[in-house]
Design a protein around this ligand. Sequence first.
Ligand code: CDP
Length: 217
Amino acid sequence: MALPVITIDGPAGAGKSTVAKKVAQELGLTYLDTGAMYRAVTLLALRRGVDVNDDAKMKELVRDIYLDLSGGRIYLNGEDVSEEIRRPEVSESVSLVARLGSVRERMTALQREIASRGGVVLDGRDVGSVVFPEADCKIFLTASVEERARRRYLELQNKGIAISFDEVKQNIVERDKIDSERDIAPLTIPEGAHIVDSTGLTIDEVVQEIVRKCRTD
Ligand code: CDP
């Protein structure tokens, strides 16, 4: 039997990356963070001063981009940007970048190529609906806005990044809105997905629930 593909989609700050990493570990699979790819494209645009609303310029930018996701890190044109892509400036612009057809086309192709042999857990917004609609197990992971904002706020605090709770919450609400309302590959519950609400659950409880669901799929 071919190696499985597991997709985990959901709104900002639902804990997808932490959970997806652990699910992959438990099942002996590789983890692919598709959000990190959109973040890396955004970082490059910000560094080069490219207007993220300029579709033509963004198309040019992604044409020559080289992304390498190995060993749990992300390299942008050879440079490890794993920490920098989590900065609030990137979070502020990433959903604008992710609306663009040229960017999505390139990232989707790359994701399919990386996961072509299976044995992968991917997390994102459209991985179960568009990138791998035939995935073996699909999860839609969510939590209340308050809880998602609280988790992200603590995460940024721990990294020593100065930002208020309200700013974090506002960014999450805004990104959810743009991600859900965009024309191409909007955030949605994929057909056949299991919905998991992580509000009030520990990371391990969420991981176990997902592993259980995927083992019986
Ligand atoms: O970790 P967090 O929930 O903050 O977001 P992320 O997974 O790092 O994704 C950042 C942004 O990339 C999202 O808000 C989406 O705009 C975009 N994204 C997307 O459009 N499609 C994906 N498959 C993954 C991320």
